[in-house]
Design a protein around this ligand. Structure first.
Ligand SMILES: [Zn+2]
Ligand SMILES: [Zn+2]
Length: 160
């Protein structure tokens, strides 16, 4: 029916998984947003898109677990303990800057970090594995809203 990107069902099967509705919905949400979403954000989006066919949050978690195990989605765990997921096929590799105050994820291209990796290697002989890097900090917006953003930051997650 739809043309263009590989059908979600094919992606699921190619990963060696059984096609279930929650898996398909989770993948569809991650692919269409191209974002870094928490399980509850994915759940909310699915609820908005398909109010007639409610699914449970726990189902979303299980679907994410299965998809992550097969490498179809990648998980990004921040220092605050929050896990965000993203669609991994067809996406250029990138690194992540994670705001400890608002949870925003800023994507960083590989070049800037590769330079750092080369420098580390030449100075220490240690070869860093930088394929999936997450750097914690404070985003531009949170820094702008208060000069004492670092000390005043409350990492309160949105109400579930
Ligand atoms: Zn990412
Ligand atoms: Zn922020």
């Amino acid at each position: 029916m739809t043309r263009g990107p590989e059908p979600i069902d094919d992606v699921i099967r190619a990963a060696g998984l059984r096609r279930t509705t929650p898996r398909a919905l989770v993948l569809h949400t991650l692919r269409s947003t191209r974002g870094h979403l928490t399980a509850s954000e994915i759940f909310e989006q699915i609820e908005d898109d398909r109010p007639a066919e409610p699914i449970a949050v726990s189902t979303v978690y299980r679907a994410l677990e299965a998809l992550e195990a097969k490498g179809v989605v990648s998980a990004l765990r921040s220092r605050s303990g929050e896990t965000r997921y993203e669609w991994s096929p067809e996406r250029p590799a990138h690194h992540h800057l994670i705001c400890g105050a608002c949870g925003a994820v800023v994507e960083l291209d590989l070049d800037s970090v590769e330079q750092l990796a080369r420098e580390i290697e030449s100075r220490t002989g240690f070869q860093p594995d930088i394929r999936h890097l997450a750097i914690d900090g404070i985003c531009e917006q949170c820094r702008g809203s208060s000069d004492s953003a670092v000390s005043g930051a409350s990492a309160t997650p949105p109400a579930r």
